[in-house]
Design a protein around this ligand. Structure first.
Ligand SMILES: [Zn+2]
Length: 107
């Protein structure tokens, strides 16, 4: 498997973790310390986001939220205060879509 595809799988795992955090926090407003979804599987940097900010990221299956400076050579589509949004394309993008926890499942 190509490195970029391996990276996408790693990032999908962190995304799944963030979905669990999001669900746990669903009952209250305010900021949730989401996990950095960068390619480094040893990175446990927290990114404080409101639920609304997080939902905006998750509305796009190819997008991941990473701490500023963790975007590396990934295509950054937005640089915000404290975090960046990166978007996957090509084979890595396909993996990001396939592993999207919000993807509707076939019954
Ligand atoms: Zn990171």
């Amino acid at each position: 498997m190509e490195q970029t595809e391996r990276d996408a799988r790693t990032q999908a795992i962190f995304r799944a973790g963030n979905e669990a955090l999001r669900r746990a926090a669903a009952s209250h407003d305010g900021v949730v310390p989401f996990l950095c979804e960068c390619r480094d599987e040893g990175c446990f940097t927290r990114i404080p986001l409101t639920s609304a900010e997080y939902e905006e990221v998750r509305a796009h299956p190819r997008r991941f939220v990473v701490a500023r400076g963790h975007e590396g050579d990934e295509r950054a589509i937005a640089l915000n205060d404290g975090y960046a949004l990166v978007e996957k394309d090509a084979a890595a993008g396909e993996i990001a879509v396939e592993t999207d926890p919000r993807r509707p499942h076939d019954a």
